[in-house]
Design a protein around this ligand. Structure first.
Ligand code: SAH
Length: 414
């Protein structure tokens, strides 16, 4: 479907307070939704994408660590303690609406909120499925590129899947985002805004499961976290810091998913953050992984598995191996056996496997494996003592699964 091109057509999040309908600046929809969007995202390495990626977002309070926030307020000519008040509004009350900031002098509110909370994400599209328990947003960021988040409510947890880049440079051929090329990395605040806006929706009870709160954040939307490392880590710290410094989620409930950039994995292991690491392996042998995850040519299977094992040694967190089953490509029993052997060779209890059925990207030659083939693959892993949990796919019908949104955009505009 076409993306809305007018403000009125753009779906709003709930009612129309400043929080509910974020806008990029005060611009009209005509200039907030750039015409460049009409160009094919698949020309990502071409001019349309580089145009989209050229604009940087304005500085936002959430880009800064706690100490730097006070320094920024001082630079702006305000009392440093305003930083704590503003942080409380943002991270505890989840608001950027000056009308709600009654602890600030009335004369200051509007100007201060506009300066430290410039709107970063504008809702371009919102889709719901699973009786409202899955919500997918397409956000428009400064410069006009689109990024997605998917919020999934479960009885025991609420998981938000965030994007950390617009597009991605890793070029994995089974992933729709890979076809876009890298447009630009998101700022820490652009990542944190995804969390805040989803948290508002969860708190309001709009997830179909009553008032809830986001408990888990997974960096499994668009982008490769290790390529936007500093902003990803800054956002992780702010997601996990207790309010008013941050949103106060447990770092243990944050998952950083990587295609296997070894220096980034080692660096993350040294951050002292007990986040979960997921490694997108998809093949246990270099011959196939070179094709499915092209960065494998730089960081081959043995090296990424060694780095994953080091991550476990450093953090005590069991690593997740992601494996998207692709019919007749990576779903053979011998590959299950080879995967089990490679994992076992590095010890016991340090790893588990999270296979998922491929969400076929339109136009791709690949499709999902047959269910009995998946079951056999999982059974062989388990028989070798490898804990294996098949991941449920949510949101495929709203193009919310694994880079599917990017595919929808390119179908519309390509
Ligand atoms: N760049 C990170 C995050 C990517 S998205 C990474 O590579 O891990 C999170 C997961 O979704 C990755 O394991 C990715 O390989 C997987 N994925 C991408 N496209 C998919 C598809 N069409 N079907 C199933 N999984 C997919």
């Amino acid at each position: 479907m076409m993306l809305p091109h007018t403000a009125d057509a753009a779906p709003h999040l709930g009612n129309s307070t400043a929080d509910a309908a974020p806008r990029l600046g005060s611009s009209t929809a005509a200039d907030a939704v750039p015409t460049a969007l009409g160009a094919s995202p698949h020309g990502a390495s071409g001019s349309a994408s580089s145009e989209l990626g050229r604009v940087r977002p304005p500085r936002h309070l959430a880009d800064l660590g706690e100490g730097d926030r006070a320094a920024w307020l001082a630079d702006l000519g305000h009392r440093p303690f305003r930083a704590r008040q503003l942080s409380h509004h943002y991270f505890a009350n989840l608001t950027t609406d000056p009308a709600a900031m009654t602890d600030l002098p009335a004369a200051l509110r509007a100007e201060l909120a506009a300066t430290v909370f410039p709107p970063l994400l504008r809702v371009a599209e919102e889709r719901r499925t699973d009786r409202g328990a899955t919500v997918k947003w397409l956000w428009r960021i400064a410069g006009g590129a689109g990024v997605e988040s998917v919020l999934m409510g479960y009885p025991e947890r609420v998981t938000l899947c965030v994007s950390c880049q617009a597009g991605c440079g890793m070029a994995c051929p089974f992933c729709a985002t890979g076809g876009l090329g890298l447009i630009r990395g998101l700022s820490a605040a652009e990542i944190l805004e995804q969390v805040r806006l989803a948290q508002v929706v969860a708190r309001r009870g709009e997830l179909g499961i009553g008032p809830a709160r986001v408990t888990n954040v997974v960096f499994m939307g668009m982008g490769e976290p290790m390529v936007n490392y500093q902003c990803v880590i800054a956002s992780v710290r702010a997601i996990a810091a207790p309010p008013p410094a941050g949103f106060g989620l447990s770092a243990r409930n944050i998952t950083v998913s990587t295609c296997g950039i070894v220096p980034g994995m080692d660096r993350l292991a040294g951050e002292g953050l007990p986040v979960r690491l997921a490694l997108s392996l998809h093949a246990p042998d270099d011959a196939l992984r070179d094709e499915l995850v092209p960065i494998n040519r730089r960081y081959p299977v043995a090296d990424v598995l060694d780095a994953a094992r080091r991550y476990y040694s450093a953090t005590g967190r069991r690593v997740s191996i992601e494996y998207a089953w692709i019919r007749d490509i990576n779903d053979q029993e011998w590959r299950a056996d080879l995967l089990a052997a490679e994992l076992r060779r590095r010890g016991a209890g340090w790893v588990h496997v999270n296979p998922i059925g491929l969400n076929p990207v339109p136009g791709s030659k690949w499709t999902a494996s047959r269910p009995h083939v998946e079951d056999r693959f999982a059974a062989r892993l388990r028989a070798s003592g490898i804990p294996t949990t098949i991941r449920e796919t949510r949101g495929a019908d709203i193009d919310g699964a694994c880079g599917q949104l990017a595919a929808a955009e390119s179908r519309d505009h390509g």
